[in-house]
Design a protein around this ligand. Structure first.
Ligand SMILES: Cc1cc2nc3c(=O)[nH]c(=O)nc-3n(C[C@H](O)[C@H](O)[C@H](O)COP(=O)(O)OP(=O)(O)OC[C@H]3O[C@@H](n4cnc5c(N)ncnc54)[C@H](O)[C@@H]3O)c2cc1C
Length: 446
């Protein structure tokens, strides 16, 4: 057999799998139907983030995501830019200032893992001076925090370059048309007219994983949620990132200034089963416009472009919020009786490295190879990286217990937040959580 592993899909996840496998010495090929990162990776909000909002229902995901984001900062730092984000809070908002600040006080505990800085509480006056044009009426103040903006397509491309440097072969513009079978066993793929054979096929096709699995007679418990962004060409329509309570007052949308323009979004709606058929609707455009124009009366009504993509969501209807950002490695031998095929599904870009590691761990187990993952030890161009910032891993017993109990996970998160809110209110009453002015903000993000 020419390859140990064939990876299907050259988004961040597939690129990460190929890199990890090649660095472990596996003979690896990757097939991608287009260009690296041209799928969900390209349509994402482009944030390497720790998942502050998961603190509301899944604290362990925030922990894991912050940790892997930290690895991405260390290994792909030249593709990342620190992005300060301001969350303005108005009278009548569903979440008030004290609740939001409590969330960020908690997030501060995780931020060092991803080289993030502690939050700042801003006065309304400072917020308005920092963000010209922001609506003043009803503004009670704001919280500022930071995430990383990433050039997502280059992250996929550079991860692939790193895989190639470690020996992987990459075939672009090579759509998988068939999974080759020998009885119940997947033994390779036909892609772009080529037949490639391997001991194991790893399906890392993002929102297309179900389509690819079906080529092998397998399937996945996947639902697709589509997400649209509106784009204005001006890269700095706002001087900082914003997180805004959306027009429906339930969700939040980002406003992200970036070299690709100013992006507003995303939406998060049930999408078609085929990601190639996802389209932006007029309602989505109106929703995002209403969301941003709630805060900026003179925001232009016509975006220069729109972009839509699909999130691959694992799990059952009704448990979306709780399960939606999990990832899982599926062994189709156990699930569907098709051996030689693994799928890595779900997850997000911010933990693409650990997703890839989990997929290659599972592949090595299947192949009887004991090599361990080393992707966290080298930059994408092969230089060794320094030590990881200190972190306390969550107890494995707690992790295992909560893994299959989403409702308890939510209670676990809420119990932490309840305690934190009590502590915050006591400090606030004692005058120990002062709101700061824009100089403090500029000093932090100079
Ligand atoms: C609107 C939106 C916003 C998001 N924002 C963020 C964010 O800010 N931060 C974050 O961490 N995550 C975010 N995500 C999630 C993130 O984008 C995805 O988790 C991640 O990009 C998935 O990468 P992937 O490689 O698994 O999938 P993809 O990037 O979709 O890659 C899959 C690849 O498979 C290829 N492919 C498909 N079929 C075949 C075939 N038959 N043969 C060969 N190749 C094939 C496709 O061309 C594609 O390149 C967002 C997602 C969406 C939709």
């Amino acid at each position: 057999m020419p390859y140990d592993l064939i990876v299907v899909g050259g988004g961040v996840t597939g690129a990460g799998v190929a890199r990890d496998a090649a660095l472990r010495g596996l003979k690896t090929a990757l097939v991608e139907r287009g260009e690296p990162g041209g799928g969900a990776t390209r349509t994402s909000t482009h944030l390497i983030h720790g998942g502050v909002r998961y603190l509301l229902y899944d604290r362990l995901t925030t922990h894991a995501t912050c940790r892997d984001s930290g690895h991405i900062v260390r290994t792909a730092g030249d593709l990342l830019t620190r992005l300060p984000i301001v969350w303005p809070v108005y009278r009548g908002h569903a979440r008030g200032l004290e609740t939001v600040e409590t969330l960020f006080e908690e997030y501060d505990r995780f931020q060092p893992m991803k080289y993030g800085r502690p939050h700042l509480r801003l006065t309304p006056e400072a917020t308005l001076r920092l963000i010209p044009g922001l609506k003043a009426e009803g503004l009670r103040g704001a919280l500022a925090f930071d995430e990383w903006w990433v050039d997502a397509e280059r992250l996929a491309a550079r991860t692939l370059d790193s895989a190639k440097a470690a020996g992987a072969e990459v075939f672009l513009h090579a759509p998988v048309e068939a999974v080759l079978r020998d009885g119940a066993r997947a033994v390779g793929v036909r892609a772009g007219g080529r037949e490639l054979r391997a001991r194991l096929v790893v399906n890392a096709a993002g929102p297309w994983v179900d389509k690819v699995a079906r080529l092998a007679g397998a399937n996945l418990p996947l639902r697709l949620m589509k997400g649209t962004h509106l784009i204005w060409k001006d890269p700095k329509r706002v001087p900082v990132g914003l997180l805004l309570e959306a027009a429906d007052r339930e969700r939040y949308v980002f406003v992200i200034p970036s070299p690709l323009g100013t992006w507003v979004g995303p939406t998060d709606l049930p999408g078609p089963a085929d990601p190639d058929e996802a389209r932006t609707s007029d309602e989505e455009i109106q929703y995002l416009l209403d969301s941003v124009r709630r805060y900026f009366a003179d925001w232009p009504r016509i975006p220069d472009a729109t972009i839509v993509g699909s999130r691959p969501i694992l799990g059952q209807p009704g448990a979306e919020k709780l399960l939606s950002r999990d990832f899982e490695v599926f062994d189709h031998e156990a699930r569907d009786g098709v051996s030689g095929l693994l799928t890595i599904g779900g997850g997000k870009m911010s933990d693409y490295r650990v997703m890839a590691e989990a997929a290659v761990d599972a592949a090595c187990l299947k192949l009887g190879i004991s090599a361990r993952g080393t992707t966290q030890n080298f930059t994408l161009d092969g230089r060794p990286v320094g030590p990881v910032p200190g972190w306390t891993p969550p107890s494995p017993a707690l992790k295992n217990f909560l893994k299959t109990r989403p409702r308890l996970r939510e209670l676990h998160a809420l119990a932490h937040l309840g305690g934190a809110l009590a502590g915050h209110l006591a400090r606030r009453a004692a005058g120990r959580c002062p709101a700061r002015d824009e100089d403090a903000f500029r000093e932090r993000y100079a």
